[in-house]
Design a protein around this ligand. Structure first.
Ligand SMILES: [Zn+2]
Length: 130
């Protein structure tokens, strides 16, 4: 890397032993070069591989947290998977697929269940889909 891919500057400065965030995960001991003009960071190959693995793990952990939250909130609301699917759409098996991690729910589904977790009394305001 001789030229910054972001700004075209040739002023790249090597760094080492840095800790960067991959999602919410801290990845220590990273090295590479940083553009002195715009601040863009370019990790070396080994650091890039470690950073990407940490990011993948963070994404997986977030999905598992979402799955667990959907199960927990659905049970708290005393809904069957079918009843939950009638509230959120996606077909009568959609919710069991979300809970098994076979299909990722839309953000609207996750957000609705996070709201219902905090305000379960609002379940009565919702209209099940036929
Ligand atoms: Zn730059």
């Amino acid at each position: 890397m001789k030229i910054c891919g972001e700004c075209g500057s040739r002023h790249l400065v090597a760094f080492a032993h840095e800790t960067l965030l991959a999602g919410a995960t801290r990845v220590p001991g990273l090295s590479g070069v940083r553009c002195a003009e715009c601040g863009e960071t370019y990790l070396d190959a080994a650091s890039q591989a470690r950073y990407a693995a940490a990011l993948d793990a963070a994404v997986l952990a977030q999905r598992q947290e979402e799955q667990a939250m959907l199960v927990r909130v659905r049970r708290k609301l005393k809904l069957s998977q079918r009843e939950a699917a009638r509230l959120t759409g996606g077909g009568h098996n959609a919710f069991s697929r979300y809970e098994r991690g076979e299909v990722r729910p839309l953000p609207a589904v996750v957000n609705l269940f996070r709201l219902l977790d905090k305000h379960p009394e609002m379940l009565g305001e919702l209209v099940p889909h036929a």
